[in-house]
Design a protein around this ligand. Sequence first.
Ligand code: BGC
Length: 754
Amino acid sequence: MKQEDLLALLNDMTPEEKIMQLVQLPGSAFESDFAVTGIADEASFDKLKKLAGSVLGIRGAEKVKAIQDEYMAGQPHHIPLLFMLDVIHGHDTVFPCPLGQGATFEPEISRKGAEIQAKEAAADGIQVTFSPMVDLVRDARWGRVMESTGEDPYLNGEMASAMVRGYQGESVADKEHVAACVKHFAGYGASEAGRDYNSVELSEYTLRDQYLKGYDKAISAGAKLVMTSFNTLNGIPSSGNKWLMRDILRKEMNFDGVLISDWGAIGEMVPWGFARDLKEAAKLAIEAGVDIDMCTESYAANLASLIEEGKVDGKLLDEAVLRILNLKNEIGLFEDPYHGASKERYEAVTFSKESREIARDAVRKSLVLLKNDEETLPLKDSNIALIGPYASCKNLHSSWALSLDPEKTVTVMEAAGESKDVSLFLGMNQGGGLGGLNKKIVRVAKGSTILDNDTVLGFGEYHNESLDEENEKLLNEAIEVAEWADTVVLCLGEDIGQSGESTSRTNIMLPDIQMELFYEIRRRAKKLVTLIFTGRPLDLECIPDLSDALLICWRPGTEGGHGIWDVLSGKFSPSGKLPMSFPWAVGQAPIHYNVFATGRPKPTEGVTNFTTRYLDCPNEARYPFGYGLTYSSFDISKPVSDNDVLKKGENATGADKINVTVKVTNTGVVAATQTVQLYIRDLVSSRVRPVKELKGFKKVRLLPGESKDVSFEINEEMLRFWTINNKFESEEGDFRVYVGFDSTTENFYDFKLS
Ligand code: BGC
C-alpha cells in the first residue's frame, strides 16, 4: 500500500478503531477466550478481540489463517491482525541460547541462525519476533543473562545487529523473514542485585557509554520494533520515560519503527507508584511514545476519555497508529495477511538438514574449553563413562525455546551412539565388557537427578519430588561405571527452569545433589572431563581444580549432543570464548572485565593495604571475558603499527587511520581456530575510562605450524566516548591498544591521537 493510501485509511478510521490498533492481546484471548488483561465484562472483551491490532503467542499456519480470516471479516477496514511471538534462539530448530551464541564471537553464525528461525517461524504464522535481547549483563544472579550475548557493548552490538539482519533479511515483506524487536529498552540488565524486575540506577555516562551502545547498533541494523523494559531507570519506569523514548530512542537513535511495551509494563507504573491508576499510566505511556500496549487494558479502557478530556493530544494516537499500519504494510500484510504461512511450507522447512547442520556448527563454536590438563581432550581412551543427568537429557534448550519438541533434540549419549567408532551401553549390565575391534566403549549412567528436592524454579514452579531413593540407585550405578572407565565425562548443569525470566538466584552453584555426584565420581575417576550445561556463569566451586578438563556447554539446543560430541571426539577443536566473566564467588557480582580504572589499583607486585580488593577473593574473574582454550597452542607477536599518531583535527599531522598488526602462530600439532581480540584504553581523559574496551575481534584458523598476520584498523571514531562535554567525541592524548587472546592480555602498543 502506498503512503497516501495508508494516510487515507488512517483518516477513515474511527477513534475506537485507532485505539484498538494499539492494543495487543495474548493468544489465549483467541485460543481459549481467556483474557489476561483483566477486562471482565464480555462486551468489552468481544470488542477487544474484534479490533485489537496485534496478538502474541499463537503459532500454527492453519490456526493463524483461521484467526486472521475471522478477524479481518469483522474489522471495519479489514486491517489485518499482526502475529508476534518470542522466537529467541529457535522456533523449532533450536540454536545455542544467546549467551552461548555470544561465546562463538561469530556474528555470522547468529545471522544464519536467525535466518533459519525466521524461515520456520514465518511459515508457521509468525510475523514479528521479540528478539534480539541486547541488554548488557554483568550480574550472573540475574537469570536473564542467558538471553543476552554478554557483558560487552561491542560484542553485543555485533551479535544483535547480525541477528536483526538474519531475521529481517533484505526486506520483511519477504515471506521467509520476520520483523525483529530489540529489547528491553533500556538498561534492564543492570537490575539492582541481579533481581528481576528491580530498579536500575545508572549514571547518564555509563548508560550512554556502555548500556545503550548495543541497542543502538541493532536499531541501526534496521530493527522494525523496540520493546520497553520492566525496570525503572533512575526512578522512571521505562514505559513512561519520555526522555528515554522520545529524545534518545526516536531523536538520537533515529528509530521510527514501532515501540511496544513489555508484557503488562504500562500497568506496572501503578505498583511502581509512578501513576495513580491505569488511566494515568496510559497517558504517561502514550506521551513517552509507546505505540503498543502489551496485555493490559490501559490503552483500551482509557485513551478515548483521555483524548476527549483534552488530557492527551489526539495527534499522539494518530502517530502511533500510523507507525503500526506502516509496520503491517512493510510486512506486506495488506497484500498477504498470512505472510506466506502455510502448513506445507512449514513442514518442508522445519528441521531441515541444512538448519540442523548450521545449528550443530553453532553449538561446537559456542563451547568454551576452560581447562584441558595433559590433553585429556579430545578423548583418547577406549573405555569411556558418560555420566550425569545431562548425559542423556533432552532438555537442552531454554525456557525461551517456547515451541520446542524435545524429542527432536540430540543428546550427548545419542550423538556418541551414532559414532561409527563407538559401542554404546547403558550401565554395566550390557555389552559384556567388549566393544568391537578399534571401537571405544561408552557406558552411560545418569548418576543423579538435575535438582535437589524442594528447589524453587522460574515462574513459581516448585520441584518437590522426593528423589532420595532414586538418587541412591543412580549413584551406585554411576560409581560402578566410573570405576570401570579410563576416562569419565561427567555432564552436570543447571535445570532448564533455573535461568531465563524470573529466575534470579543468590546461589549460583550447581545443585547439591550434582555436587555429591561430582565428589563421588572424582574419587573414582582415573581422568575426569566435566561438562557444564548452564544459562549463566556459575560459581564452579572446586570443579575446575578437581577436573582434568572442563567444557562449558551453555544451553546448546537441538543439535547439542552432536556439537558436543564433535568436540569431545576431536572432530572439531573448540574455539569458544567467554562472553561473560565466570566469578570465583557470587559475592563478586556484578563482575566484568571493562571496569573503570581506580585510584588505588592493585600493585603489580606484592600486597599493599588500602588498595581496591577483597580480603578473601581476587578482584578478577576466575575465568575472564574472552577466555577459552583450543586443542592447540598459539603464539602472538608484539603488535606493530604503520603509524604512531592518529589524526583528529583537519590540519593535524598523523594518519587518518592506523593499522595494528600481530603475527599469530599455531604452535601445536592440530589445526585450530583462535579469536584475536583488540582492546583499547584511553590513558588520560576527561572522565575516568574503563581499563580496557573491546573494539574488534577476528577469528583465524591455522594449521599446525602455520602463521598469519592479523591486522586491525583503528580510526578516530573508535576512540570516542561520552566526555565531560556530554557528547560523544574523542580527546587528544595517549592510548594503549592491546591485542591478545582474552581480556587479560598485556600485549600492548601505545599511540597518540593528535
Ligand atoms: C518478557 C519479554 C517477552 C514478553 C512476551 C515478557 O515477560 O520480559 O522479553 O518478549 O514477555 O512474551
